[in-house]
Ligand binder design. Structure first.
Ligand code: SF4
Ligand code: SF4
Length: 157
């Protein structure tokens, strides 16, 4: 387990350019409102947004660009597109960012609740992914772990 490699207020600088934005509906999922930093609102990662209400966003027509422009990996088809992989159901949210300054794409999986990253279904997907690429796991307890073809074994959160 490594220390957090990213600042607490992580701006969404470069959403994953790979993959289509699908018409898959978010439904009643609000995982990104919980997990993402929203610089315009000075909302840090993993803090619930003040504008979250039951049923959705209180300021939806006026939500900031970070929210407007975001689509998670489930919507983009970067993880399995089955309904049970919707972030609020699987407990993990995938995001693809361009790392700075390398300019290379990098995958992240954010854990919504303790133990979601240890689910065998998720572990199997991560193992397959790390056969060819890197991925950083963000655990619910605030710790991080980067896996790669050289370091392919996820640990329990
Ligand atoms: S995490 Fe994905 S599915 Fe859930 S609300 Fe955000 S964009 Fe929609
Ligand atoms: S402003 Fe609305 S869409 Fe953006 S994080 Fe807050 S609740 Fe979610």
């Amino acid at each position: 387990m490594t220390a957090a490699p990213l600042p607490a207020l992580l701006p969404l600088l470069s959403p994953d350019p790979v993959g289509e934005i699908s018409s898959r509906p978010c439904g009643d999922c609000t995982a990104c409102c919980q997990l993402l930093a929203v610089v315009e609102l000075r909302k840090p990662m993993r803090f619930a947004c003040d504008h979250q209400r039951i049923g959705g966003c209180q300021i939806y027509p006026d939500r900031p660009p970070t929210c407007r422009e975001f689509d998670c990996g489930w919507r983009r088809g970067a993880v399995p597109t089955a309904d049970d992989w919707r972030p609020d159901r699987r407990g993990v949210m995938h995001v693809g960012w361009i790392d700075h300054p390398t300019g290379r794409p990098h995958d992240y999986l954010f854990e919504l609740w303790q133990g979601a990253l240890a689910d065998p279904v998720v572990v199997a997907w991560v193992r397959t992914h790390t056969e060819t690429g890197e991925i950083t796991l963000s655990y619910r307890d605030g710790t991080w772990q980067t896996l790669s073809p050289e370091v392919p074994t996820p640990s329990a959160g």
